[in-house]
Design a protein around this ligand. Structure first.
Ligand SMILES: Cc1cc2nc3c(=O)[nH]c(=O)nc-3n(C[C@H](O)[C@H](O)[C@H](O)COP(=O)(O)OP(=O)(O)OC[C@H]3O[C@@H](n4cnc5c(N)ncnc54)[C@H](O)[C@@H]3O)c2cc1C
Length: 412
């Protein structure tokens, strides 16, 4: 399955791929991670920081899965508003989940500072506007809940929005503590860092099956057999070799990247911008003065092969951008479509398989995938080293998604 089609922008920012060290398969690893994207790389770092022996296996060149299509908006707010999450899972867990996301933002920044290459991580505010008058009540309610629990944010009314941006909307929450990143450089930097910590990386190594014998896992792959105590699946939106994912919706989403242009006089602090409508339009700027805009999600998992249909959706996104920023001379330079997964209850799947011992998952489904990858890597590093994590139940595989999914658990 191709999980993206069209012309992607991030590879152009790092045209010479980093060379991986050539390593022999060790006789045994404490943890094998399947998938070398954002979730796999952050997990490898969290586990290597704990001193575990780790290998990462990927059937592709690492970082070229959905990580390469990720638009790099990093936000502590989620697709589900805090007040809605409170209704869904209760106040204590919902507020804690939002706190975990805010903490993950700080950890992403610290990780960026550790890397051997600059991943263009820049702190930015986010502007979350009400798409129409009907959503203004939700925005105001959310602002009150966020401030009540101490989350850093401001409220802008229509006049404030007009004073900071060239368009008018009924109201917006401005969150602080968010950031933009180049996810491709970020993950390549993490992989380079973990290699220096003796994590073994095996590209073009497809995992076909995992069996257990006397408490040891045998992982059969296209490059031979590996043995490990534990396996962690960070396989993103693709069908897993073992186990079927349920409790998630797999769609596709479109992105355009403009030619460089000067937005600074009219784009408040190069903020990340998104909205309450679903599917939502979201946008950011880049270090080389481009605008990245995504949206137009469709209820199909596979991106279209035809460049023509990608360009058609791209033109639609461009029109929406021009409505917001009519003064800008916008030209599309890159346009693509990618598979995108969301869980039914808007929370990621993180934890040990409910019935298969030593099989772990980190599936950061949702618009906030990178934040989920970070918070998941930290939770897993604790529970995989035998410690309890007091927040693990919020995102565990067997959870409320069960109820949303006709009684079936999130992963089988
Ligand atoms: C258009 C788009 C925009 C996005 N924008 C944002 C954003 O602005 N902010 C944000 O936080 N998130 C965003 N996301 C989400 C983000 O991309 C994902 O959450 C994140 O990249 C997932 O990383 P991952 O490591 O889980 O998956 P991937 O990067 O897909 O990595 C999974 C890896 O597993 C490998 N694999 C799969 N099966 C096997 C197997 N059997 N054997 C070996 N290897 C295997 C694949 O080859 C792949 O490299 C966006 C996603 C899309 C599609």
């Amino acid at each position: 399955m191709n999980i993206h089609e069209g012309s992607l922008y991030w590879p152009v920012t790092m045209p010479i791929p980093l060379e991986r060290k050539i390593v022999e398969i060790a006789s045994h690893y404490e943890v094998i991670i399947v998938g070398g994207g954002m979730s796999g790389a952050l997990s490898a770092l969290a586990l290597a920081d704990k001193g575990l022996s780790v290998a990462v296996l990927d059937k592709r060149q690492m970082t070229t899965g959905s990580t390469m299509a990720n638009t790099g908006l990093l936000q502590y707010s989620n697709d589900i508003m805090l007040h809605e999450l409170i209704e869904q899972i209760g106040e204590k867990d919902a507020v804690r989940f939002y706190q975990l996301c805010l903490e993950a933002m700080g950890k992403l920044k610290k990780t960026a500072e550790r890397l051997p290459l600059d991943p263009d991580f820049i702190s930015r505010p986010s502007i979350y506007y009400a798409s129409d008058d009907n959503d203004l009540k939700r925005i105001k309610k959310e602002y009150h809940i966020l401030t009540h629990y101490g989350f850093p944010c401001d409220y802008w009314d229509e006049e404030d929005i007009c004073n900071h941006l060239p368009f008018s909307k009924p109201g917006a929450i401005v969150t602080h503590g968010d950031a933009e990143v180049n996810p491709y450089k970020f993950v390549n930097g993490i992989l380079q860092l973990v290699e220096s910590m003796d994590v073994h990386l095996f590209e073009f190594t497809a995992v076909n099956d995992v069996t257990e014998e006397n408490g040891l896992l045998r992982i059969s792959t296209s490059s031979g057999e590996f043995q490990a105590d534990k396996v962690l699946f960070t396989t993103g939106y693709e069908t897993l070799p073992v186990g079927k994912r349920i409790g998630a919706d797999i769609n596709r989403s479109y992105v355009i990247v403009t030619e460089p242009l000067d937005v600074s006089p009219i784009w408040h602090e190069n903020a990340l911008i998104w909205e309450t409508k679903r599917p939502y339009l979201y946008m950011r700027t880049t270090v080389d003065n481009r605008i990245i805009v995504g949206g137009l999600d469709e209820d199909k998992p596979q991106p279209p092969h035809s460049n023509e249909s990608i360009m058609k959706r791209g033109a639609n996104i461009k029109k929406q951008l021009e409505t917001l920023f009519p003064e800008l001379p916008i030209e599309i330079d890159y346009a693509y479509c990618a598979t995108f997964g969301e869980s039914l209850d808007n929370l990621p799947f993180i934890g040990e398989h409910p019935t298969k011992r030593n099989h772990y998952y980190l599936l950061g489904y949702g618009g906030n995938g990178t934040v989920y990858s970070m918070l998941g890597s930290k939770i897993l590093a604790e529970i995989m080293t035998g410690k309890d994590h007091s927040d693990a139940h919020i995102v565990q595989l067997k959870r409320a998604a069960t109820a949303l999914n006709g009684g079936k658990s999130g992963i089988s």
